[in-house]
Design a protein around this ligand. Structure first.
Ligand code: ADP
Ligand code: ADP
Length: 226
């Protein structure tokens, strides 16, 4: 059963731009999907629709196994990682990661235990008391990843998360993200315009094309036999 199923999805902005058309896509639990394509092909629009930040203007989006709230909206339960880590500068690394848990009603001591676990998983043990400005760009990105995963969301959306980092840092983060995914098997949709990143990370590469934004083809990445 797919986690989310898109059928004939379309998005036309008020400006008239047809940002997406005819999007048919199933995302299965545990998938690592790359959305690959040039600027303007609708990758960010698709992520925002998955996140519920923007509504489609055509087609359907279904969350077959999600609970629905009183208004009938699916509980999407999403983690989002942006290119610019949106950490709170006045709060420690620990507090940045515990906050989503506390907002979900988890008590402080348990939130700190869980945050410490995720900070260790992203190799930030020992930096709990640091403030974001004291960290490098790559480390801030690791904090963002821990913060997005600490609530164990059903779906992790990443919008060109590493694009602003230098090449080596970017490679290390790709490597670490892949190891984390292999250990935890969360579901990821990862937007990129890098073929290298797509092939390195994803099992499924959804290639998109612009004007109008659409799916051009899907490529399944075959893992090398060990
Ligand atoms: P990508 O992430 O692949 O670069 P986007 O989803 O950002 O693509 O944009 C797809 C198309 O929709 C582009 O032509 C872009 O200019 C347009 N667009 C994006 N956001 C808006 C918006 N809020 N209002 C109007 N047009 C938009
Ligand atoms: P909607 O509320 O229709 O789902 P968004 O919330 O994504 O769409 O749009 C936010 C606003 O961004 C739009 O109403 C528009 O005024 C503005 N915008 C217009 N053109 C663009 C563009 N090319 N890229 C990004 N934002 C745009």
């Amino acid at each position: 059963r797919p986690l989310v199923a898109l059928r004939g999805l379309a998005k036309r902005y008020a400006t008239g731009t047809l940002a997406l058309t005819g999007i048919d896509l199933d995302i299965l639990p545990g998938d690592f999907v790359a959305l690959l394509g040039p600027s303007g092909c609708g990758k960010s629009t698709l992520l925002r629709i998955l996140a519920g930040l923007s509504g489609p203007t055509g087609g359907t989006i279904d969350w077959p196994s999600a609970a629905h709230d009183a208004a009938g909206d699916p509980q999407r339960d999403i983690g989002f990682v942006f290119q610019e880590p949106t950490l709170m500068p006045w709060a420690t690394v620990m507090r940045n990661v515990t906050l989503p848990l506390e907002l979900a009603g988890v008590k402080r001591s348990e939130a700190e235990d869980r945050a410490a676990e995720w900070l260790a998983r992203v190799e930030l043990k020992g930096f709990e008391k640091a403030y974001p400005r004291a960290l490098s760009g790559g480390m801030r990105m690791r904090v963002s990843i821990a913060r997005a995963l600490v609530t164990r969301p059903r779906l992790l959306l990443m919008d060109e998360p590493f694009a602003a980092l230098d090449e080596i840092t970017r490679f290390r983060l790709n490597n670490d993200l892949l190891q984390l995914w292999e250990a935890e098997r969360f579901t990821v949709v990862f937007v990129t315009h890098s073929v290298f990143e797509s092939v390195f990370l994803a099992q499924r590469i959804v290639v998109m094309a612009p004007r109008p934004g659409r799916i051009a083809e899907e490529i399944a990445v075959t893992a090398p036999t060990p």
